[in-house]
Design a protein around this ligand. Sequence first.
Ligand SMILES: [Zn+2]
Length: 412
Amino acid sequence: MSIEELTALLGGWKGYTLGTVGRVEPGQHGPTLPEVHLELHPVRDHPRVCSGCGKTCRSIHDTAERWVDDLPIFDAMTRLLVHRVRVACPDCGPKVEKLDWLEPYARVTTRMARSVAQLCRVLPIKHVADYFGLNWKTVKKIDKAWLTRTLGPVDLDGVTKLAMDEFAIQKGHRYATVVIDPNCKRVLWVGRGRSREEVRPFFELLGPERCKRIVAVAMDMNAAYDLEVREHCPNAEVVYDLFHVVAKYGREVVDRVRVDEANKVKDDKPARKVIKGSRWLLLRNADNIEKEQDRIRLAELLKANRKLAAVYVLKDDLKELWFYRHVGYAKQFWDEWYGRAIRSRIDPLKRFAGKLKGYLPGILSHCRFPLNTSVLEGINNKIKVIKRMAYGYRDDAYFFLKIRQAFPGVGR
Ligand SMILES: [Zn+2]
C-alpha cells in the first residue's frame, strides 16, 4: 500500500501527501506534550478548487507553508506543515485553494475545530485547552468561529409567542436580555442591556409584519419590556409568568419574614439557627424535597412558626393561579387569595399582594395564553451554568452564541 492510499484510508488530508515525519519529545525547551510533525505536499494533478468562486482550476499559482494543528495521533499532538496551494484562478487571480478539511487561514483542521467545539459544549475552555495542548485564547476563538458558522442567522418566521428575560452578565453590573420562542424552546435573540431602547433592535429585526403576528409575550413584572412590546406588537398581550412572580414572592415575602422571625428569637440561638438555615427548604418546591429528614425539618419549622407557615401556604396556593384556564375562575381564586394575604397581618405579604394586584390583568392573561414558562426558568438556570463554565466571559458575543447553542429549539 502506498503512503497516499494509507493516508486516504485513515481519513487524512485530501489532495496532499506525506513528506517528512518527525517527532519532538517534551522537554525544557520543547513542547509540554510529545508532538508529531508531518509535512504535507500537494499531490500532483489533483483537481483544485478556488475558494473565491468555487470553480476547478488547472494551474497552481504557488504554495505557502502553514503550521496547522490536527487531532492527536496515538500519544502525541499532531502538527502539520502544510504547503498550502494557491490556485491561479482565471476569474479571481491567485486564490487559496478550497479544502474540506481546512478552512482558509484556519490554524487547526476542520475536524479538530469540530472536536474542540464539541468538548466546549460540556467543559470549561481551560479544560479543553489543556486536553488539546492549546492555549485558552485559541480554544475560545475556535469555538466562537465554529458556533458562528454552524448556528447561522436565526429564522424568525412563524413565531407567534415570545418570552423575554434579563440576566446579569457580571455580578449585578451589566445586564443582557434573551428572547425566546417558548413553543419550541429556541433562543431568537440575545442583546446587551435590559432597557426599552436596548431591546428595540430585536423588534426591528422582527419587522412590522412578523410583529403583528405576535399574540403573547411572557416576561417578569419588573421588566421594562412591556411598553416596548405594546409599541411594536399591536396584537400581543403581556403575560406575567409564574416563575418570576414566585421568585419575587420568595425574595420579598419569604426571605423578609424569615429574617424578621429569626431576629425575634435572637437570644434563643438554636431556634434562630433553624430559621436562618431554612431558606432553601422554604423556597423549594415541596415535591422536590427528597430527603425524609428535610421534610420533617420543614414540617416542624412550619408547626413552630405561624407566620412562616402562613407565607409558605400562600406561596403554594399562589402557584395554583397559573393552572386555571378560565379567566372567571382564576379571578375568583385570586380574590380569595388576595383576601387571605391582606388579612394575614404580615406586612411584607400585604405589601406584595397590593403590588401584585396592579399586575392582575397580565397574570390572568395566561389563561388565554398558557405559555410554558418553565422554559424561562430553564434558560435562567442554564445561563448560570454557561457563565460558571467560562469563569466569567469577557466576550459578550461569544457568551451569547453559547446561549443560542444551548437552546437551538426542539422539533425543528
Ligand atoms: Zn476563483
